[in-house]
Every structure is written in structure tokens, then in C-alpha cells.
Design a protein around this ligand. Structure first.
Ligand SMILES: [Zn+2]
Length: 140
């Protein structure tokens, strides 16, 4: 029995050689796919099963792919996208947490977010962007 497993492990290894395997995107796709498949058991949501299954198939196809360069590019795109979302969430959270202490403004020139501590109420303030140096006026 042990030998059988060893043999199986060897065969899987052989099969996976030169193929892409698993990554963060694999985990994301399978987790989302599984979630959609579970949700599809709820009334009126049966169509989600198709999307869930499609994501699972996509995840498996990626891990068996031999076009490793392309898969790595997908992975880095996915990680970039995920980081951007996480950054937005973090900013939204600290904005909410510090809403009494700080105000946040977007620089009209370079779109960077500027944090101003305790500007007071109903005043006109001039803000100098720390990144590009542009000055703009805002009401608090
Ligand atoms: Zn700026």
C-alpha cells in the first residue's frame, strides 16, 4: 500500500513537471468558485453554479498550464489588483477612524491624497501638495 502511494506520488510529480502549479490566484479562484457553488444551493441562485464551476476549471487549467511566463504575469496582475483594493480599504478605514482628527483631500494635480490634521470648521484653507507642490484651496 505504501509503495502504491509512493508510486502515485511519483506519477503526479512526473505529470506536474514543467507545469505551472499553484499560486495565490489559484487559491483565490478556487475559494471564490467554491463559495459561488455553495451559494448556488440557495433559492433562485442556482445559476451561480455555472460561474463557480467555470472558476474551478479555470484554476485547474492554469495550474496544469505549461505557459509559465503567461501564468506568472497573470499572478502579478492579480497581486497588483489585490494590493490596490487593500490599500483603498485601508485608507477608507483610517479615514473613518480618524474622521474627528484628520481631513483628507485629493490633490487636483497629481491625485495623491493629502491628510490635514484638525483644520477646524468652515474655513478656507490652502493646501500645498507634499508630492507635487501644487497649491489648492479647500473648504473645511
Ligand atoms: Zn499633488
Amino acid at each position: 500500500m505504501n509503495r502504491w502511494f509512493e508510486n502515485l506520488g511519483y506519477k503526479i510529480n512526473q505529470f506536474m513537471r514543467g507545469r505551472y502549479g499553484y499560486d495565490e490566484l489559484f487559491r483565490f479562484l478556487t475559494a471564490t468558485g467554491l463559495l459561488l457553488m455553495l451559494l448556488s444551493f440557495l433559492p433562485h441562485l442556482y445559476f451561480l453554479y455555472v460561474f463557480g464551476a467555470a472558476l474551478m476549471i479555470l484554476a485547474c487549467a492554469r495550474s496544469l498550464s505549461k505557459n509559465i511566463l503567461k501564468r506568472q504575469m497573470e499572478r502579478s496582475n492579480y497581486l497588483n489588483f489585490k494590493n490596490r483594493i487593500l490599500q483603498k480599504l485601508r485608507l477608507a478605514r483610517s479615514r473613518w477612524r480618524d474622521r474627528k482628527i484628520y481631513r483628507y483631500y485629493k490633490c487636483p494635480n497629481c491625485k495623491v491624497t493629502v491628510r490635514i490634521s484638525n483644520p477646524g470648521k468652515r474655513r478656507r484653507i490652502e493646501i500645498a501638495c507634499p508630492k507635487c507642490g501644487a497649491k489648492f484651496e479647500k473648504r473645511t
